[in-house]
Structures are given as C-alpha cells and as structure tokens.
Design a protein around this ligand. Structure first.
Ligand SMILES: [Fe+2]
Ligand SMILES: [Fe+2]
Length: 229
C-alpha cells in the first residue's frame, strides 16, 4: 500500500516530534543542546531520506553526532520500548483469551526487545567509546603508545561487520498481523499497535542511516589518519 500525502504528513510530524522528545529525556546533563542546523538536517532525513545531503551533516563534529545518537538510544530504551510493550499488554488483557495471534506477537516482541537492547548496549559499551577514544587521539590527548594500543584492540570495520539491520526484524510484527487479518477481522487496538510498530521501524531505519552513513565514514576517516594511511 502506497502511503498517501495525509499519512506522510502525519508520520512526518510524528517523527519530528519524536526527534524533539528524545532531547528532553532526563540525563546526567540538564538538557541536551544540539545545533539548530544539525537538527534541521536530521528533520529532513526523517521526512525523506532520498537524496540526503551527507556532506552537509559531515561538517558537524563526531561528538555532536554521538550526542544525538545516544539521546536516541535512551529514548528507545526508556520511552519507545516501554510504550509499545504497554500497548501490547493492553491488547493482551483484552483479547488474550480469544485471539491466538497474540501469543505469537508477544513472543516475537519479547525476543525483539532483547535483541534491540543487546544492539544498543554493544554500541554504548564498545562502539561509541572506541570512537570517542579516536577523537581523543586525534586531539592529541593520548600518548603514542595509547594510540597504538587503541588501534590494535579494535577497528571500525570490526564493528560494522556486526552491525545488523535491527529494524528489519520488526517487519515480522507487521507480517504476523497481516497474515492474521487475511482470514479474520483485526480489532482496532491491533491496528493501532501495528501503526506504532511501523513508526518505530521507520525511526530505527533513520537512526541506522545516521550510524552507517554519517558516523561510520567520519570515524573511519579519523581512524585511517591515525593509522597513518
Ligand atoms: Fe544505535
Ligand atoms: Fe545500530
């Protein structure tokens, strides 16, 4: 089904709203400030990722990109996942006994949640700290020995090899609901849930674009310089 302009407008503004929301999630920092121009570029990417001006976003620092990505991670873990889980629970209490599709959905979503948390944790514990060390090295805050040690223990390539498209798995939720609605009417709460999940999938896709096409090339460039390539 091709989304019409109305859907696109709603989705666009919801995504925009979500970009702002994540910057308000309480953190150690009182509030997260992002450059207005960077935010505008991110909004553009959320609206439409075709012909995205990657060169423009690359003028911002790795630190700024990481701030945005980390705020997004917090938003997923503390807001989005609990929200989706909440609506799944709500559906369960209402249709748990009568709709067997639910068992499948709940199981799937539980597995998915574990995978997503794992994905985010790996980035927060290994991938991002490695990049932050690269930035420090480039700012001459590390000794030559520390840099050699850093470059011998990890590499961007090692991370990208294992950076899977976590958003693709979410498609299975829509597939489960769609399969089911072929032979039975889908109650409204399912359709609302489906909408929520599809929006989240879209959102994860934009996040991955920033990781793969903005952060990774920037970090790789830095790494190559430090390796003297
Ligand atoms: Fe991420
Ligand atoms: Fe990722």
């Amino acid at each position: 089904m091709k989304p019409n302009t109305h859907d696109e407008l709603i989705t666009g503004s919801l995504l925009r709203q979500s970009v702002m929301e994540r910057l308000d999630i309480p953190t150690e920092q009182p509030h997260i400030e992002l450059d207005d121009e960077l935010l505008e570029l991110i909004f553009d990417l959320y609206d439409d990722d075709r012909d995205f001006p990657y060169q423009k976003i690359r003028k911002f620092s790795i630190g700024e990109i990481l701030t945005y990505l980390q705020a997004t991670h917090r938003y997923y873990l503390t807001k989005k996942l609990p929200e989706i889980e909440q609506s799944l629970l709500h559906i369960f209490s209402r249709y748990g006994k009568t709709h067997e599709l639910l068992a499948e959905l709940c199981l799937f979503f539980n597995d998915y949640k574990t995978d997503l948390i794992e994905h985010v944790k790996m980035e927060e514990r290994e991938f991002f700290p490695y990049i932050k060390r690269l930035v420090k090295a480039a700012q001459s805050e590390l000794t030559t020995d520390e840099i050699t040690e850093l470059l011998s223990t990890a590499s961007i390539a090692q991370f990208t090899d294992h950076h899977d498209s976590i958003e693709d798995e979410l498609k299975e939720v829509s597939a489960i609901i769609r399969r089911y609605s072929e032979y039975e009417a889908t109650p409204l709460p399912y359709r609302i849930f489906l909408n929520q999940v599809e929006l989240f999938e879209l959102e994860l896709r934009k996040h991955a674009i920033i990781e793969d096409h903005v952060l990774v090339p920037m970090a790789m460039e830095l790494e190559a310089k430090l390796r003297g390539e």
